[in-house]
Design a protein around this ligand. Structure first.
Ligand code: SF4
Ligand code: SF4
Length: 236
C-alpha cells in the first residue's frame, strides 16, 4: 500500500471515529435520563404549585387537608382559566416587618412569588414537611406533559442526565406527567363550580351570623345600628 493510500485510510478512520462520537453525544443529549438527587432546589425556588383533584382526594383520604388550607389560593389567569395553587411564602427580605407571616402571605400578589420557597419546605431541617402527601406536581417535576408533548420545565434540575433510570422508571415518570395533565383538566372543570358553592355557603354563613347577632342585640343598640345604616345610605 502506498503512503497516499495509508494517509487516506487514516483520515477515513478518523472521520468515522468523529462521526461515531458525535452520534453518541447526540443520542446522549436526546435520551432523557433522570434520577432525583434530592438537592431540594425545586422546593427552594418553586413558586406557585398547581394543585389537582388528585391532591385534594389524597389529602382528604389521609385527613391532612387542614395542613394545606392556609396556603391554598384560587387564581384566575389572564386567559380566564381558574387554578388552585399552593402559594409560596414571601422571602424575608420582601416581608414588611410589621406584618405577620399570615398577613404577608395573604397580601403578596402571586406574580411576586414566582421563584419563592414552597411553604411546606423546612429550610432548617432541609426537608419537605409533607413528603408522603406531596402534590402530584412535585412527583412529576421537572417533566411536563401538555396533552401532546413532553417537556422539561427546569433544565437546571441536577437530576436531569443522571444515570440509573430504568425503562420502568421512565414509563412511570411519563405516566405521572400525563396524569398531572389529566388531573389539572379535572380541577379546572370543577373549580368554578366549587368556588361558587363555597362563596354561597360563606355568604349564607355570614347572613346567619348577622341574624344571630341581631337577635341578641338590645332594642337601643339595634335602633342605633339602623340609624347608622340609614345615614350611610343617605350619603351614597
Ligand atoms: S427534582 Fe431536580 S431540583 Fe428537585 S430535588 Fe430532584 S434533582 Fe433537585
Ligand atoms: S410540597 Fe414538598 S416536595 Fe413539593 S415543593 Fe413543597 S417541599 Fe418540595
Amino acid at each position: 500500500m502506498s503512503n497516499e493510500d495509508n494517509e487516506n485510510q487514516d483520515s477515513n478512520e478518523q472521520a468515522q471515529t468523529e462521526e461515531k462520537e458525535q452520534e453518541e453525544k447526540a443520542s446522549k443529549k436526546s435520551k432523557f435520563t433522570f434520577k432525583c438527587t434530592r438537592c431540594d432546589a425545586c422546593c427552594l425556588e418553586r413558586g406557585p404549585i398547581p394543585i389537582t383533584m388528585w391532591d385534594l382526594e389524597l389529602w382528604a383520604r389521609n385527613g391532612v387537608i387542614a395542613n394545606f388550607l392556609p396556603y391554598l389560593e384560587v387564581y384566575t389567569r389572564p386567559n380566564g382559566t381558574v387554578d388552585l395553587l399552593l402559594k409560596p411564602m414571601p422571602s424575608e427580605k420582601k416581608e414588611e416587618t410589621e406584618k405577620s407571616p399570615e398577613e404577608a402571605l395573604k397580601q403578596t400578589p402571586l406574580e411576586d412569588l414566582l421563584n419563592e420557597k414552597c411553604p411546606l419546605y423546612n429550610k432548617e431541617q432541609e426537608e419537605c414537611l409533607v413528603y408522603e402527601n406531596r402534590p402530584l406536581s412535585c412527583r412529576t417535576y421537572p417533566l411536563d406533559y401538555d396533552g401532546t408533548h413532553f417537556s422539561i420545565v427546569d433544565v437546571d434540575c441536577p437530576g436531569i442526565g443522571q444515570e440509573g433510570m430504568t425503562k420502568e422508571d421512565l414509563k412511570e415518570m411519563r405516566d405521572t406527567a400525563k396524569q398531572m395533565n389529566f388531573e389539572l383538566t379535572r380541577i379546572r372543570i370543577a373549580l368554578p363550580v366549587l368556588n361558587q358553592i363555597i362563596s354561597r355557603n360563606v355568604m349564607m354563613d355570614l347572613m346567619r351570623q348577622n341574624m344571630e347577632a341581631m337577635s341578641k342585640m338590645s332594642d337601643e343598640d339595634r335602633q342605633k345600628l339602623e340609624d347608622i345604616f340609614k345615614s350611610a345610605q343617605g350619603d351614597q
